[in-house]
Design a protein around this ligand. Sequence first.
Ligand SMILES: Cc1ncc(COP(=O)(O)O)c(C=O)c1O
Length: 379
Amino acid sequence: MKLFDVYPLNNITITKALGSYVWNDAGTQFLDMYGGHAVISIGHTHPYWVSKIEAQLKQIAFYSNSVIIPLQQQLADKLGKLSGKNDYQLFLCNSGAEANENALKLASFHNGKKKIIAFNKSFHGRTSLAVAATDNPSIVAPVNETENVVFLPFNDEAALTNYFEIHGNEVSSVIVEGIQGVGGINVANNSFLQLIRSLCNQYNAVYIADSVQCGYGRSGKFFAHDFAEVNADIYSMAKGMGNGFPIGGILIAPHIQPKYGLLGTTFGGNQLACAAALAVLEVIENENLIDNAQVAGNYLFQQLQKISEIQNIRGRGLMIGFDVPEHLKDLKKTLLHQFHVFTGEAKPNVIRLLPSLAISKKQADEFLVALKAAIETSK
Ligand SMILES: Cc1ncc(COP(=O)(O)O)c(C=O)c1O
């Protein structure tokens, strides 16, 4: 049987990983500045995380949400503590798209309204509502098309105010990434997020903070949206949550009431996933990884600004993007194949850095040396 061919693949097979490094089947070491698409939060195969998953596997891996799973409450308590959203409620699922799907649906259940505001260059996932709220028509199937989603320009306060003034009573939710990831690392202005908060209050709409990529400490705060110092009604999370173990979830503000059957999932919140996610939070806390994201991120940012060939350095913490001029368009490939460094990209010409939150200064320097050499080679 053939694999369904939907991914353009790098011709590399990774067989081992540790911290910020991975190794291919020939034993070549690569520095991972991509974190497997922002997923690796505490570092590949972190020994504590491995030991917690192993121990849990020997106890029980899965039982459905028809029984009490104490690990879910432990995870909720730890999440409340580290995120500062102690009074929120947790619903667990398996991926980022699912988290957003549940968030959008819950918002509509909550206020009985239908219209969703999303923004240009947004990415929220590939399930039906999440993809409908994603600004990329090529991944929206005809069956996903809906008039319930409207796209407004990102960071455009006048356009947002204007839309609410005319259609505010129909708006169920506003979904926004704190830092757009797939869209090319675009930081939401604090005043823009504050305006979303106040318009949602005024019109009884739900503010959904898509934190799937920019959340979980990556920005140097637990949620990138926290920089604006206003709370969202729902935060969606996935990627860094399990450090590679599939788990997602939403944090739900106290005023949104649950009801039996409102949301549900077979696999979400299973024992093994919770053990992995709990281990991630324990490591984030014990190793001060959110502070490290800020310090290492600032260092990288400052050093990148000294490299004249790259442009428009932007981002927060360890979510950094920069533009690559036309004559360096193969920079990402050169970094990978000649200098053995994984980076991310965004169309048409953005390199994205999404390393583990545990990256050291030495590893950041290793990247900067490789980047400068790759620029020289590509000239
Ligand atoms: C901001 C954002 N939201 C949602 C998703 C979808 O997550 P998943 O691929 O786990 O469904 C992604 C994935 O890249 C994302 O970056």
